[in-house]
Write a protein that binds this ligand. Structure first.
Ligand SMILES: *Cc1c(COP(=O)(O)O)cnc(C)c1O
Length: 373
């Protein structure tokens, strides 16, 4: 504790509790824990292990490299990755038992070729585009690609493990429209002889709030980390979930100033009364959004205090008023709101973004400390 400089404390017990809670909430659907982007900044390998311990039966990443890093760490759970570079060759994934999200005919062919090359079937999840407008096999291509997949499956070069899609989360009506497209795509695939073990559509938002969209498996990222998929509209505490990451630091300098004293670049803030200032060694290089300058608060000396002036690359300043604040005092930038501290979602509000971006962007200089590891 006395050595804390810039630190993100990752409460793995809380992550396990969140995943266990979601697992029981969505049952009989299974849980795939999404650990892409270093588990949203929480540490990929440790979160992957914790998720499996807590009842998730699948893991998911965006990139193949992330999936291989999990295998290299000795993690043997079923594992799906879904965002591939244009010329990807999938032999390494077939060898490493990594399932592939397949979003185009050329990816299907590359997977089948890898299955032939390695000598056992590539495990694929065919992604149908149902309205998000990103990748996925278009409705007008679906029948042809599914026919080709059925042939490849007969030939032993692929196994269609899943059929899936991803929601835009615009409204429950638009999610239901996407689900209707998904259902027809599924029916067509089944009529062409594909029998996927897993149908999956929902990420955190629909998994929590729309039971009808859970199908066989839900892909859980943000809710596992205890943050909301719905920005400020709705929290996840009502589902018994709590934040996993606490970002903390310590005061490195204090001073008293007189009225008129300007603070940080551009002097966007000046003291109106005699007051105290505390310097915190975290800045936008560490993921503190500069856009939150003049709006944010932190937890210091047992209360919320305002961040004043511009947030700089390495540091920001807190107006401590007449509170007794000393060099070395702990500052909680965000954490579990029940402690009184701001949350990552509060920061998202101050910076006009979402909690996902706040935790994912925590920089390399911030050490990750496990709690409950
Ligand atoms: C990131 C991602 C998820 C997880 O989304 P959350 O909203 O964080 O639960 C699920 N599915 C896909 C395809 C993703 O890219």
């Amino acid at each position: 504790m006395s050595t804390v400089f810039r630190e993100a404390v990752i409460d793995l017990d809380q992550y396990r509790a969140n995943i266990a809670q979601i697992t029981s909430l969505v049952a009989p659907a299974a849980v795939l824990a999404v650990v892409k982007a270093d588990a949203y900044g929480h540490g990929m390998v440790q979160c992957a292990r914790a998720a499996i311990e807590a009842g998730a039966t699948w893991l998911g990443t965006a990139d193949r490299a992330e999936a291989h890093a999990l295998r290299a760490a000795g993690i043997t759970a079923p594992l799906l990755c879904w965002l591939h570079e244009p010329d990807a060759v999938f032999a390494a994934e077939v060898r490493d038992d990594i399932d592939l999200g397949i979003s185009s005919r050329s990816q299907l062919r590359a997977a089948a070729a890898a299955g032939v090359a390695v000598g056992h079937p590539a495990r694929v999840h065919l992604k149908v585009e149902t309205g998000l407008g990103r990748n996925g096999i278009a409705e007008y291509d679906w029948e042809q690609v599914v026919r080709e997949a059925a042939q490849a499956e007969q030939a032993g070069s692929i196994t269609v493990v899943g059929i899936w899609s991803h929601l835009a989360g615009t409204s429950s009506e638009s999610d239901a429209e996407q689900a209707a497209v998904f259902n027809s795509a599924l029916a067509l695939a089944v009529s062409l002889g594909i029998e996927p073990e897993l149908r999956h559509l929902a990420a955190s938002g629909a998994a929590l709030a729309e039971p009808a969209l859970r199908y066989d498996l839900v892909r859980i990222g943000i809710a596992g980390y205890g943050l909301s998929p719905w920005a400020a509209e709705r929290g996840v505490d009502e589902f018994g979930l709590a934040p996993v990451m606490t970002l903390r630091s310590r005061v490195v300098a204090v001073r008293r100033v007189e009225p008129g004293h300007g603070v940080s670049y551009g002097h966007t803030w000046r003291a109106e009364h005699p007051t105290g200032l505390a310097l915190v060694p975290l800045g936008y290089a560490d993921g503190i959004p500069r856009q939150a300058s003049g709006k944010a608060e932190v937890w210091l000396a047992g209360r919320r205090m305002p961040v004043v002036g511009r947030i700089a690359m390495d540091q920001f300043i807190v107006d401590t008023g007449d509170a007794l604040v000393e060099v070395g005092d702990e500052v909680v930038v965000f954490g579990d709101g029940r402690t009184g501290a701001p949350t990552a979602e509060d920061w998202a509000g101050w910076a006009d973004t979402i909690g996902y971006e706040i935790v994912t962007r925590i920089g390399q200089r911030v050490t990750r400390e496990g709690a409950g590891a």
